[in-house]
Design a protein around this ligand. Structure first.
Ligand SMILES: [Zn+2]
Length: 452
């Protein structure tokens, strides 16, 4: 039987103190155990992970009857995700103290080494095969916090009647730096005064641009990400705006503020619909500039996908690494970009506060592709900080569940464009529940809009 306790840290701040004596450790252990034993067991939701593992083996095992017990953890350290713990090679049906700490102490203990600072201790019993395994819903820890676990097993072969597993250490993800949004985005309500393109400096090396809805009702957002070797312009707008002039001016300012380095310009796209690529022509033939093509094949080849849409590829702008995911569904050449520097997840027309159009949902099997793409985004971000999920339009009003009619070009009360990973999880739950039966579904912050 698998037991599923809820792990709740006893203290969330790593502590430095002299190595305590064993008797003090035992006293503290008894106290910590009493505290933990009072916690209620809670069931966990199922979740899947396909990516990286933050847990590392830090050694310190003390062999027992079956040699060194092996402890392994897997799963993300993002809050609300599922972490699984497995231990093998321990004595059968043996009382086992699982010790969790917010840091390592590595002091001699019972003839071995106590690896974690003993902040939380819980008693289990190994099964008939000398194994211990369970899953917990990870509560999340402050950024940069180290979490260390080790199991101590009652085993007569151990020097003082105990064997111990190796220690396992995980480091919580660092918080991404905050960025800046404007008090108001241009929203088509003041066409006599608002600029055709609003340029918002999000942080030192990141700009978010918005095309005025006075020039095109789509009012798309565009992104300018600076690395040391290359600057990425992600989308070129819906047309009718001097996007190249504005982008060149921003690049010139950035270069002047950074010692005038040479910088290549990469022009790429969230996807190939006209309101995201219309400005491409202004960049064709510019020096030191690459304009990525708009066909799915061109997109695959440029970014270097080998197994579209399943593989994730990277591009290094020079000290700034982007992960690029294929997310077809809204459109065949759609990609998402995760920027490690800002922890922004740029989702294009696949997720934004508005109508999430999935054309040819059944007739072209696009809903199935969309559903799989959303799941991939969820899996990919399971172990990464996500500061904001940022798409390319806003069509929701500031009233939950209420959108402007599609085509509106004056949106004085529009919702903020940025979303959270929680919205991605909400979207995923909704589209997975629909299965093969896509339908229009209104949520507070987006509207799932399959057709065809
Ligand atoms: Zn589109």
């Amino acid at each position: 039987m698998r037991i599923r306790p809820s792990v709740v840290p006893g203290r969330a701040v790593a502590r430095r103190s002299p190595a305590p004596r064993a008797s003090a450790l035992l006293a503290r252990a008894a106290f910590a155990f009493a505290v933990l034993a009072s916690l209620a067991l809670a069931p966990t939701a199922a979740a899947q992970f396909t990516c990286c593992n933050p847990w590392v083996d830090v050694g310190g095992a003390l062999p027992g009857t079956h040699g060194a017990p092996l402890l392994e953890l897997s799963g993300s350290m993002a809050p609300g995700t599922v972490v699984t713990l497995d231990m093998e090679n321990a004595l059968e049906l043996a009382p086992t103290y699982l010790i969790l700490g917010f840091g390592q102490i590595g002091v001699p203990f019972q003839g071995g080494v106590l690896v974690p600072q003993p902040d939380v201790i819980r008693l289990f019993v190994t099964d008939g095969n000398g194994r211990l395994g369970f899953a917990v819903t990870w509560p999340g820890v402050p950024a940069g916090t180290e979490v260390v676990l080790q199991a101590w097993i009652e085993d007569p072969v151990g020097p003082f009647g105990y064997a111990a597993s190796n220690g396992v250490s995980g480091l919580g993800p660092e918080d991404p730096p905050p960025g800046a949004f404007p008090a108001d985005w241009v929203n088509g309500s003041d066409c006599g005064n608002e600029p055709e393109i609003q340029v918002q400096q999000y942080d030192e090396n990141t700009y978010i641009l918005r095309q005025s809805m006075c020039t095109d009702f789509e009012g798309p957002f565009m992104f300018l990400l600076f690395g040391q070797d290359e600057v990425l312009l992600y989308d070129t707008g819906a047309g009718g705006i001097p996007i190249a002039n504005v982008v060149n001016a921003v690049i010139a300012d950035w270069k002047a503020a950074h010692g005038n380095p040479s910088l290549d310009l990469l022009v790429a796209h969230t996807h190939s619909h006209g309101d995201h690529v219309a400005g491409d022509g202004q960049f064709q033939g510019m020096p030191d500039t690459t304009v990525v093509g708009t066909s799915a094949t061109a997109v695959m080849n440029f970014w270097g996908f080998q197994d579209w849409p399943n593989d994730t590829v990277q591009r290094d702008l020079g000290g700034r690494v982007l992960d690029v995911l294929a997310i077809p569904g809204h459109q065949a050449a759609h990609i998402a970009i995760y920027d490690h520097e800002t922890a922004l997840l740029l989702t294009g027309d696949t997720l934004y506060p508005g109508f999430l159009f999935i054309f040819g949902a059944v007739s072209q099997d696009n809903f199935a592709k969309y559903r799989a793409s959303i799941q991939r985004l969820v899996d990919f971000t399971a172990d990464k900080p996500v500061q904001w999920v940022f798409g390319t339009h806003v069509e929701m009003t500031s009233t939950p569940g209420v959108a402007y009619p599609y085509g509106t070009s004056n949106q004085p009360n529009e919702r903020d464009p940025q979303l959270l990973r929680a919205h991605l999880l909400e979207l995923n739950a909704a589209v997975q529940a629909m299965g093969a039966n896509p339908q229009v579904e209104v949520h507070d912050d987006f509207i799932i809009q399959p057709s065809g």
